[in-house]
Design a binder for this molecule. Structure first.
Ligand SMILES: NC(=O)c1ccc[n+]([C@@H]2O[C@H](COP(=O)([O-])OP(=O)(O)OC[C@H]3O[C@@H](n4cnc5c(N)ncnc54)[C@H](O)[C@@H]3O)[C@@H](O)[C@H]2O)c1
Length: 420
């Protein structure tokens, strides 16, 4: 068997991983079901923020190729699955992409292959969902092939930590599976961390994301009563952050977004309810608080307009930065969407500017990013800073505006600036 690694799912997670593995000298084949994406990669075009077209060309020079043909799996020494794990309409885990990807692996699985799942999921998925599909091939996990779970920890837009220097958690079906996965990842990741088994590795990822989710909810709830008590919570957090031990700061904001924080903890709470029959109360409460933030921000916009004797109905409100985090183009689950829907429902005329997003659809309306940033800021009755993108000179924007609601706590305080 050749030294080939097949990476299934070439999105925000799979593509940077494919790059790191290629740079380490592995022969990497990327497999995806999206023809357009594969054609783009084969033409040297990147579709994600963290990699440039030059990066893709360098990968190609290193032997990387992308395909939709799952027969490449038969050539692989290692297969890594990085497909999406969204929520279904009813809010339950939607494992359809994982199951489809694992079925394609099972169809071509060869003895001796390592199969590693990276998609975030509830504990038990690798053992209860992935393993039976693979074993239907007639090969047995831990005997004929190696099976492991290794959660992806990528943080898109993070310039300090990437796939190489972020420690990689690995849990195998057996000790030998863990070692096989550690040997594979150890070729292109500085530090590997072994867990007892697959469930512990699955749970570690959910603990990390649930921890963030809950702590963000904590400050989001505090933001409301601090505002009512006339306490500046940004100042409070800055002060508390000076404690050198026992405190990690989280900042409030317009809500949580992205592929992880609003979704992953639900995998866990749904699993706890389904398997054990009782709720994971922290997660459910955090969800409720974080989900209420866009409506709360809309109310704060209403208050601002009120101080100018203006109704929301008919007012022009400009949203600045509609992605779920700064300096990337990803709008998945962005709280900007429920905020815009709420403002539209209240009768506001909503527009937006985002240096990373050209077109944005909200409540069935196709909006185009304002081309004249300062002109549209000056024209709007109120501006809401939702993402502190690197390209924004927030103080200059705030000074050009009539009313400026800063949900990120970065604008200098003034008569026209209000912080969340
Ligand atoms: N984006 C993040 O910041 C991040 C961070 C950590 C973990 N994760 C987790 O990693 C997983 C992947 O997330 P992502 O952001 O890379 O998703 P993504 O949507 O950016 O990419 C997933 C890719 O998988 C492809 N795909 C879907 N079904 C397939 C199949 N059956 N066979 C082959 N390819 C298939 C899609 O076409 C897409 O290109 C998810 O479980 C997510 O929760 C994401």
């Amino acid at each position: 068997m050749s030294d080939t690694a097949v990476i299934i799912g070439l999105g925000y997670v799979g593509l940077p991983l494919a790059r790191e593995a290629t740079l380490s000298g592995l022969r990497v084949v990327g497999l995806d079901v999206n023809d357009e994406l594969i054609a783009g990669l084969e033409a040297g075009r990147s579709h994600i923020d963290d990699l440039t077209d030059d990066d893709i060309m360098a990968m190609k020079r290193g032997g990387f190729r992308a395909t939709t043909d799952s027969r490449v799996i038969a050539q692989a020494r290692a297969v890594v699955i990085c497909v999406p794990t969204p929520l279904s309409e009813s809010g339950s885990p939607d494992l359809r992409a994982v199951i489809a990807a694992v079925e394609s692996v099972a169809a071509h699985l060869q003895p001796g292959t390592l199969v590693a799942l990276e998609s975030t999921t509830y504990p038990g998925t690798t053992d209860e969902v992935v393993r039976p599909i693979l074993e239907a091939s007639g090969l047995i996990a831990g005997i004929d092939f190696n099976l492991a779970f290794s959660p992806e920890r990528i943080d898109p837009g993070n310039r300090d930590f990437g796939p190489r220097n972020t420690p990689k958690v690995i849990g195998g079906h057996t000790e030998n599976c863990t070692q096989a996965a550690a040997d594979f990842y150890g070729r292109f990741v500085d530090t590997v961390v072994k867990t007892k088994g697959t469930r512990e590795a699955e749970m570690a990822k959910l603990l990390e994301n649930t921890y963030r989710h809950i702590n963000i909810a904590l400050v989001n709830e505090m933001a409301r009563f601090c505002h009512d008590l006339n306490i500046d919570l940004w100042d409070v957090i800055d002060a508390a952050s000076t404690k050198p031990f026992g405190f990690q700061s989280f900042r409030h904001g317009p809500g949580v977004g992205g592929h992880c924080i609003p979704i992953d903890p639900n995998y866990l709470s749904h699993n706890v309810r389904a398997k054990l029959g009782y709720p994971f109360r922290f997660v459910e409460l955090a969800q409720e608080i974080n989900n209420s933030m866009p409506t709360y921000v809309a109310r704060r916009v209403q208050d601002l307009l009120n101080s100018d004797s203006k109704a929301v109905r008919g007012a022009s409100v400009l949203l600045l930065g509609v992605t779920y985090k700064p300096n990337i183009a990803d709008v998945r689950e962005s709280p900007a969407t429920p905020l815009a829907k709420c403002l539209i429902a209240m009768g506001a005329s909503v527009s937006f500017h985002d240096p990373h997003v050209k077109n944005w659809t909200v409540a069935g309306r196709d909006l185009t990013s304002e081309s004249d940033l300062y002109g549209s800021v000056a024209d709007a009755d109120a501006c809401v800073l939702l993402q502190n993108h690197r390209d924004y000179d927030v103080d200059a924007l705030a000074m050009s505006s009539r009313r400026f609601l800063d949900t990120r706590g970065v604008a200098r305080r003034s008569d026209t600036v209000e912080r969340l």
